[in-house]
Design a protein around this ligand. Structure first.
Ligand SMILES: Cc1cc2nc3c(=O)[nH]c(=O)nc-3n(C[C@H](O)[C@H](O)[C@H](O)COP(=O)(O)OP(=O)(O)OC[C@H]3O[C@@H](n4cnc5c(N)ncnc54)[C@H](O)[C@@H]3O)c2cc1C
Length: 407
C-alpha cells in the first residue's frame, strides 16, 4: 500500500518535531521559507552581541538527514482543501492526505500608531542582527559627538522576551561598551515599559518583584502601568499623554499567529487558527494547526501560551494522531503538560517557576543555561554557544559587536 502523504508547513519547534516523529510512518514533506531552523529563545543574545548569529540557526536539511523526510524551501500561497494540494511560491504544488500548519507567529502591534514603522521586532535572525547593528551604530554616533546628547534604548513589553532583552542590553552597555568608551556608555540608558502592574505576569508575584529589582540593579529604568500610545523614530507618547525620548524602540509587547494563515482558507479567531481539541482545524479534519498559530485551549479554557514546549508537545501529538488516522483510529484530544517557566535577567540572575516551586538567583540561572543548551539543535551550535558564553563569562566582554547589516 502506498504511504500516506503529509505536508508540514513550518520547520520550527512544532513542525520539525512533527516531521521527525512521522518520518517512518508516512511520506513527509517539510516546507519553510528559510533553509534553517531558528532557536528563537536565544535571539535576544544575538541582538545584544552575546552570541554569534549562526549559533542559533540550524540547517533544516541537516536536521532531516537520513530521515527520509523531504524539504522544500518556500512559502505556501494557497491550500485547496477539496483537492488536498498546497501551492508554494516556488511554483511547486504538493499533494497531501494530511497537512500540518506550523508557521509560528509574528509581532502584534495592536493597531498602535508607529509600531510597525518605527520599532524593532525580534522574530528572526535578520531582525536580531538589525537590532544589534542599530545599538552599535547609536554607540558609534555618540562617540563622534561630545554634545551631551544621550541614547535611550526602550524595550516595550514586560514578558520574558522583554525582560531578557532589557537585562542583556543593560549588561552590554555596562560591560563591553563601558570598557570601550566609558564616557559614551554612560550616555546610553535602557528602559523597559510594561502596560500591566508587574513584569512577568505569568509568574508568581514574588518572582515578578525580584525581576524588577534585579533589572533596576543593572541600571534599567522600569516603567509599570505605562501604556504606549504612539511611537515615532525618536520618541514615544505614553497613555498619559507624556512624550519621552526613545532613540530606538524594541517591540516585545505582543504576538499573533503568522499572517500567512489568512491566505490558506482556514477558520481564524483572535489571529489564531480555530482547532478542535484534537488539534484538527475546525471543519477540516485532514488539516492540523500546531504551535504559536494554533487556537488550542488549555484545561482553563484559555488559549495556550505561545511557548516552545507547547509547539514541541503538539508536534509529537499530531504525529501520533496522523499515524492513528492512517491505521483507522479516531484522533484524541491534546492535553498540554505545563512543565514550568523560566526567564533570565542577566549574569547569575534568573527566575524559575514549576507549579508551586519557585527559584531565583544563580541556581535558576544555571538551570536556564543548561535547559537552553539542551534544546539547541546541533553539536556545532552547542559548542559555539558554550564557547561564546564561556568567553563572555570569563572576560565580561561580548565579541559579537559587529555592524554587519550594510556593506
Ligand atoms: C525572541 C523570542 C524569545 C522566546 N523565548 C522563549 C523561551 O525562552 N521559552 C519558550 O518556551 N518559548 C520562547 N519563545 C517562543 C517560542 O520560540 C515559540 O513559542 C515557538 O518557536 C513556537 O514554535 P512554532 O513551531 O509554532 O513556530 P516557530 O518555531 O516560530 O517556527 C515557525 C516556522 O515557520 C516558518 N514560517 C513562518 N511563516 C512562513 C511562511 N509564510 N512560509 C514558510 N515558512 C514560514 C518560520 O521560518 C519558522 O521556521 C520565544 C520567542 C521569541 C520570538
Amino acid at each position: 500500500m502506498p504511504q500516506s502523504r503529509v505536508v508540514i508547513l513550518g520547520a520550527g519547534f512544532g513542525g520539525l518535531t512533527a516531521a521527525k516523529s512521522l518520518a517512518k510512518h508516512a511520506q513527509v514533506t517539510l516546507v519553510d521559507r528559510h533553509n534553517f531552523q531558528t532557536f528563537l529563545p536565544l535571539l535576544y543574545q544575538v541582538s545584544t552581541a552575546g552570541l554569534a548569529a549562526d549559533h542559533v540557526a540550524y540547517p533544516v536539511r541537516g536536521a532531516l538527514r537520513d530521515s527520509g523526510v523531504g524539504f522544500s524551501m518556500g512559502s505556501p500561497v494557497s491550500i485547496d482543501h477539496s483537492k488536498k494540494t498546497v501551492t508554494l511560491d516556488n511554483g511547486q504544488v504538493l499533494d497531501f492526505d494530511y497537512v500540518v500548519i506550523a508557521m509560528g507567529s509574528s509581532t502584534a502591534d495592536f493597531g498602535i500608531k508607529g509600531v510597525a514603522e518605527f520599532t524593532y521586532a525580534m522574530k528572526s535572525v535578520h531582525e536580531a542582527l538589525a537590532i544589534r547593528a542599530s545599538v552599535m551604530r547609536h554607540f558609534e554616533d555618540l562617540c563622534r559627538v561630545d554634545d551631551g546628547s544621550s541614547c535611550e534604548l526602550t524595550v516595550v513589553g514586560g514578558g520574558p522576551t522583554g525582560v531578557e532583552m532589557a537585562g542583556a542590553l543593560a549588561e552590554l552597555v555596562r560591560g563591553p561598551l563601558k570598557r570601550d568608551l566609558e564616557t559614551v556608555a554612560s550616555r546610553m540608558h535602557v528602559r523597559l515599559i510594561e502596560a500591566g502592574s508587574r513584569l512577568l505576569p505569568s509568574f508568581d508575584q514574588k518572582l515578578s518583584d525580584r525581576t524588577k529589582l534585579d533589572l533596576e540593579k543593572l541600571g534599567v529604568e522600569v516603567l509599570l502601568n505605562t501604556a504606549v500610545q504612539e511611537v515615532t523614530r525618536s520618541d514615544i507618547t505614553l497613555g498619559s499623554g507624556e512624550r519621552i525620548q526613545s532613540s530606538m524602540t524594541i517591540w516585545a509587547a505582543g504576538v499573533k499567529g503568522a499572517p500567512v494563515i489568512h491566505s490558506l482558507d482556514l477558520p481564524i479567531e483572535r489571529e489564531r487558527v480555530v482547532v478542535e481539541p484534537t488539534l484538527q482545524v475546525k471543519d477540516l479534519p485532514h488539516a492540523f494547526a500546531i504551535g504559536d498559530l494554533s487556537g488550542s485551549v488549555g484545561v482553563n479554557g484559555q488559549l495556550l501560551p505561545m511557548v516552545a514546549p507547547v509547539a514541541i508537545q503538539q508536534g509529537k501529538w499530531v504525529a501520533r494522531q496522523i499515524q492513528g488516522l492512517i491505521k483507522g483510529t479516531r484522533p484524541e484530544p491534546f492535553i498540554y503538560k505545563d512543565k514550568g517557566s523560566m526567564a533570565t535577567i542577566g549574569r547569575h540572575k534568573a527566575v524559575v517557576q514549576v507549579n508551586n516551586f519557585k527559584l531565583a538567583g544563580p541556581l535558576a540561572w544555571l538551570a536556564w543555561l543548561w535547559l537552553h543548551l539542551f534544546y539547541l539543535l546541533g553539536g556545532r551550535n552547542k559548542i559555539g554557544t558554550i564557547a561564546d558564553w564561556t568567553w563572555n563569562y570569563l572576560t565580561f566582554d561580548r565579541a559579537n559587536r559587529h555592524i554587519i547589516d550594510e556593506l
